[in-house]
Design a protein around this ligand. Structure first.
Ligand code: ZN
Length: 419
């Protein structure tokens, strides 16, 4: 669960100071490892470095309030960088050596356990985060709320700085019972995710792509074009860079919100949800639009659209899969290559080839006519009710029969969630 922090100017300065200190520790530890190796051919381990932390704190009292576990975590971060480096060398790759970091680029720090900080939730959607202890503790206002109530026990905390804004990412330990989602309907639905409409269901209902994708994407492309005309590293370049990054983040946030809402709604109402598995092919579908309503400025927007919207397909799949488990909903992922939902006839199961521009499925064999995406959604739903299909099952030739089977419930939800 990530909360947005609203530190006041003083708190913000202090947080930045803490990040600087963590960064300094990281760089010093890196320098020490390099030095020791150059001079004595010796390699220094994480534990060697952890053991001198008390000395450092005695020497430099400003490190004390950062908390010993958080400091250890920064050393561990360096250790991980080295481990990854050596792992890649052993694998015969040519990795980059762990680098010194500028404190501006140092992303933040982490408390590995619930010591030295506390999360207070108050009211409808906010709260405060206490960092440090005693007199010098900071109480930072935050926004965001988890749905688990008092039963959730915070486990670890990461403070992140991004585009000049602060975030707190907390992992919660949640008992199974609190984790489960209430489901108040038991529909069986097939879904086709797409670009024309965000989702089309087997009964013909659709969820439109939200308006802001149409409004904000051209604006982002615009900023990026303007930036391309500026001298790299100049003040104007940097300003446009920040604006583009902020807009990018805002679009990302709104999209994540949107996908969260829709996927929650789906698992709340469905006992079975069927959709296509995620393949690179259906992730890179064109932004061309349709023959009847062709998209505007296709080429300029295509890359951007694809990047952002395909990220959203991945996001939707990921959210659906964990939320389905929490709600006891069966999520069926159809084997796309085998099933070919966009080509197959939901009426007679024949393959009816069509081009991307053909938006209506018209079967030459049985006369079944349906809007293209709705037909795909119906095909994956039928597939979900056919035993032995889907990506979880071993590939097997497809039957022609439409079988109805009872829905199955998945395993009970896991105890730890990263929200
Ligand atoms: Zn047919």
């Amino acid at each position: 669960m990530t909360f947005k922090l609203y530190p006041n100017a003083r708190e913000s300065d202090r947080l930045a100071g803490w990040v600087r200190l963590h960064c300094e520790l990281y760089n010093a530890a890196l320098a020490e490892r390099i030095d020791a190796y150059r001079k004595a051919g010796k390699s220094i381990s994480y534990f060697d470095q952890q053991n001198v932390l008390p000395e450092i704190k005695a020497d430099r009292p400003e490190f004390v309030e950062l908390g010993s576990h958080a400091l250890q975590q920064t050393l561990r971060r360096l250790d991980l960088a080295f481990q990854a480096f050596f792992r890649r060398i052993r694998a015969g790759q040519t990795p980059g050596f762990p680098r010194f970091k500028a404190s501006k680029r140092f992303s933040g720090f982490c408390y590995p356990d619930p010591v030295g900080w506390k999360l207070h939730q108050q009211g409808q959607r906010g709260g405060t985060l206490r960092l440090g202890s005693g007199k010098g503790a900071m109480m930072i206002r935050l926004r965001g709320r988890h749905r688990f109530g008092a039963q959730a026990k915070p486990n670890d905390l990461t403070i992140i700085r991004k585009n000049g804004e602060w975030f707190a990412s907390v992992t919660l330990r949640v008992p199974e019972a609190a984790c489960a989602r209430a489901r108040h309907d038991h529909q069986h639905r097939g879904v086709d995710f797409g670009l024309t409409d965000w989702a089309t269901f087997d009964n013909g209902e659709t969820i439109a792509n939200p308006r802001w994708t149409r409004n904000e994407l051209p604006r982002l492309a615009d900023l990026q074009r303007q930036r391309a005309r500026k001298k790299i590293g100049s003040l104007r370049y940097k300003r446009l860079n920040l604006q583009a990054a902020q807009l990018h983040a805002r679009i990302g946030n709104r999209r994540r919100d949107f996908v969260h809402q829709k996927t929650s709604m789906l698992v709340r109402t469905c006992a079975v949800i069927a959709t296509e598995e995620l393949t690179p092919k259906n992730m890179s579908r064109s932004a061309r639009g349709t023959v009847e309503s062709p998209g505007r400025r296709v080429r300029q927007k295509a890359g951007l659209n694809r990047e952002i919207l395909s990220a959203a397909f991945g996001m939707a799949h990921q959210m659906l899969s964990y939320k389905a488990v929490e709600a006891g909903t069966r999520l069926h992922l159809a084997n796309t290559r085998q099933l070919k939902p966009s080509q197959r006839c939901a009426g007679c199961w024949a393959i009816i080839p069509k081009t991307l521009g053909q938006r209506v499925h018209m079967c030459s064999q049985c006369g079944h006519t349906m809007q293209r995406d709705q037909n795909s959604a119906l095909v994956v739903l039928i597939d979900a009710h056919t035993p032995g299909t889907g990506v979880a099952a071993k590939p097997r030739p497809l039957g022609r029969k439409r079988a109805k089977s009872k829905s199955m419930t998945r395993e009970p939800p896991a105890t730890t969630v990263k929200v």
